[in-house]
Write a protein that binds this ligand. Structure first.
Ligand code: NAD
Length: 503
């Protein structure tokens, strides 16, 4: 693997074009300036300027939605094998530019090269996976009734909007855009304002792979401008959204007048429950990985540790030692485990919980401090002596910050795990099979792993319950969102039709 200095040199080469030309919107295969000028993009590593970015508004969204609408019929009707080939070529293009994507993503978001080098390749995997589904995507069923042969087919819903957040933005965009394209939809993508670089790389790669102009359009800008306009646009039939729960509510409201179909992947405050009969060494590894990897800026992170009181002292002692050992540093250093938080605003939010924890009466057992003053770095943090009612236990902090809460019985653990607005993931550590069955049945979460960290398998459903979202991604669930079901009934004979008004 390259060294920090080698990575910095390579990155500098990759960024040159952005410094010179900025990032424009991409509409119908053309670079277009934002209707409202530009905004500046900076790096969380040292607050330095990266580039100007087109400030898209409702006018740009309108142009992009029209482009997506114009391109829809050709893309929908292109033979499936041809569309499949283009998606595979996009995957190959991502693989060929994986290093560029990873380095740009690290600089733009503060995510570490250790994790982003894999995230770029997971983006390629998403395209390969959905390329394989293209041919069957429209298949339906045949449902015989006494008088009719009923058949179902699926049709792409039309042009769709994809609105993505800044945490692992490249991988998350592919997660939405790959199935949308595989279904036969065209797309207007509004990436997060804090992380525009790799969205630009994605549209370039897609067009170079032969995606016709207008099938994927990228409009940069802010939520209240470009994002809102996308939700309100009448030619956009559905919005695939990933972001905060409060924004999810806005997406729903903004789409009401045009009866938008929305898929919402929202926040989480996910419990990891460690019982005293578990393999505690493996549980410790997983607990640490699931909150301190990806800077803790991860919707599925296990940010609430519920640990049985019989093992709490020993488990927390080991946890503190490991957390204090985590390497915080330059995200392009391949050895760095935690980089800076994405923006000043987010840094201020995360660090405000250090005071909140103290006010609530919890203990800062590790971290709780910022690092240097160049960028938005903090030490990974562990709060102990907490209870489930504290703000540090109830609110999504979205950083490398873990709250540990003891429990006595299985019933108490379940009650605490469910006593929260969110319901994205849950992690259960026990070697008692019956307990695992009982507990997972009652745990309110869209996804649960038993004796494992989160390991994504693309055919499985991904999504949350309660304030963590509506709808599912993955496998055929993605197509259910990007496609419309159509039923056609063919009369198989001359069945009796009730006559009205006949003599
Ligand atoms: P955010 O909600 O602030 O922004 C997400 C996107 O929505 C951005 O592109 C933003 O510009 C846009 N946006 C903001 N207001 C809008 C509006 N009124 N209309 C349309 N678009 C609007 O979220 P964030 O801070 O960028 O990302 C972090 C959040 O994302 C966390 O809550 C995290 O849990 C969540 N997330 C969830 C998942 C999941 O799969 N459930 C995955 C990743 C991140």
């Amino acid at each position: 693997m390259s060294t920090l200095n080698e990575n910095i040199t390579k990155l500098d080469g990759f960024l040159e074009r952005f410094r010179d030309g900025g990032i424009m919107n991409r509409i119908a295969g053309q670079d277009v300036f934002g209707a409202d000028g530009v905004f500046q993009n900076t790096s969380p590593v040292d607050k330095s300027y990266i580039c100007d970015v087109a400030h898209g508004t409702a006018a740009d969204i309108d142009a992009a939605a029209n482009a997506a609408s114009d391109a829809f019929a050709e893309w929908r009707d292109m033979p499936a094998l041809q569309r499949k080939k283009i998606l595979i070529k996009i995957a190959e293009g991502i693989e060929a530019r994986a290093e560029e994507i990873a380095l740009c993503e690290c600089w733009d978001t503060g995510q570490t090269y250790k994790f982003m080098s894999k995230a770029a390749l997971r983006g390629a995997e998403n395209f390969r996976y959905f390329a394989d589904q293209v041919v069957q995507a429209r298949d339906g069923q045949q449902l015989q009734s006494p008088t009719l042969m009923n058949v179902t087919t699926r049709k792409p819903i039309g042009p769709v909007g994809v609105i993505t957040p800044w945490n692992t933005p490249f991988m998350l965009s592919t997660w939405k855009i790959a199935p949308a394209l595989a279904a036969g939809c065209t797309v207007v993508h509004k990436p997060a304002e804090a992380s525009p670089l790799t969205a630009r790389l994605l549209v370039e790669i897609a067009e170079a792979a032969g995606l016709p102009p207008g099938v994927l359009n990228t409009v940069n800008g802010f939520g209240e401008g470009a994002g809102k306009a996308l939700c309100e646009h009448p030619k956009i039939k559905a919005i695939a959204f990933v972001g905060e729960s409060a924004t999810g509510s806005l997406i729903t409201k903004q789409g009401a007048d045009t009866l938008k179909r929305n898929h919402l992947e929202l926040g989480g405050k996910n419990p990891v429950i460690v019982f005293d009969d578990a393999d505690l060494d493996r549980a410790l590894d997983a607990v640490i990985f699931m909150i301190y990897s990806i800077n803790g800026e991860r919707c599925t992170s296990s940010s609430r540790l519920l640990v049985q009181d019989t093992i709490r002292e020993e488990f927390e002692a080991k946890l503190i030692a490991r957390v204090n050992n985590i390497k915080v540093g330059h995200p392009l250093d391949p050895k760095t485990e935690i980089g800076p938080l994405v923006t000043e605003e987010h840094f201020n939010k995360v660090t405000s919980y250090f005071e909140i924890a103290k006010e609530d009466g919890a203990t800062i057992a590790a971290g709780g401090v910022t690092v240097g003053d160049e960028g938005y770095f903090i030490r990974p943090t562990l709060f102990t002596n907490a209870n489930n009612q504290m703000r540090i236990a109830q609110e999504e902090i979205f950083g490398p910050v873990l709250t540990s809460i003891p429990f006595r019985t299985e019933e108490e653990a379940l009650e605490m795990a469910n006593d929260i607005d969110y319901g994205l993931t849950g992690y259960v550590w026990t070697n008692d099979l019956t307990r695992a069955l009982r507990f997972t049945e009652a745990l309110e979460a869209g996804m649960i792993w038993v004796n494992s960290e989160n390991v994504r398998h693309l055919p499985t459903p991904f999504g949350g319950v309660k304030a963590s979202g509506i709808g599912r991604d993955g496998g055929d669930w993605s197509f259910e969102f990007y496609m419309e079901q159509k039923h056609i009934g063919f009369a198989t004979g001359q069945h009796k039709i009730t006559k009205l008004g006949a003599l």
